[in-house]
Design a protein around this ligand. Structure first.
Ligand SMILES: [Fe+2]
Length: 158
């Protein structure tokens, strides 16, 4: 019996989002390393946890593809070199999360008429991205309230 699979254009989209999730993993791992180097002890733990969550998102996509008898493609990831300061880090995190929200929304529009399983699967990522966009907007707003970076690290990121 020939098993069912997904159409190639859907596989390309899934592989692209998989690469985005690994890119996010690298980004947050870089962010946690930057925090460790620059004395943000709670930021280090905060972004380490974020990076672990991104790996979990990547695994969800890989498992979904494998369930449809597709071998996921693990492409090279572009990593970030560093950050100017914590505000720069948060701005870049917000941009990354918002950009990924737009990509998942675009995928959903593509899937909704003919690929309901994919549409249903991708909706959880739209929810995740919405929460992340809100999370980083809150952090950026809170940072704007203080010049005390130690306080921001202990009270907001802690
Ligand atoms: Fe993610």
């Amino acid at each position: 019996m020939k098993l069912k699979t997904l159409e190639n254009e859907c596989v390309i989209r899934l592989n692209s989002r998989l690469n985005d999730e690994y890119t996010a993993f690298y980004f947050y791992r870089s962010a946690s390393n930057w925090c460790k180097v620059n004395g943000f002890d709670n930021g280090y733990k905060y972004f380490l946890e974020e990076s672990n969550q991104e790996l979990g998102h990547a695994k969800r996509i890989e498992d979904f593809m494998a369930d449809w008898n597709i071998m996921p493609t693990l492409s090279p990831v572009i990593s970030i070199e560093g950050f100017f300061n914590i505000a720069d880090l948060l701005d870049k995190a917000y941009s990354l999360e918002y950009g990924l929200l737009e990509k998942y929304e675009e995928d959903a529009v593509h899937y909704i008429d003919n690929y309901i399983s994919l549409y249903t699967f991708i909706n959880q990522f739209i929810q995740i991205q919405n929460e992340s966009v809100g999370e980083y907007a809150t952090l950026i707003n809170k940072l704007s309230l203080t010049n005390d970076l130690l306080l921001f690290d202990t009270e907001v990121l802690g």
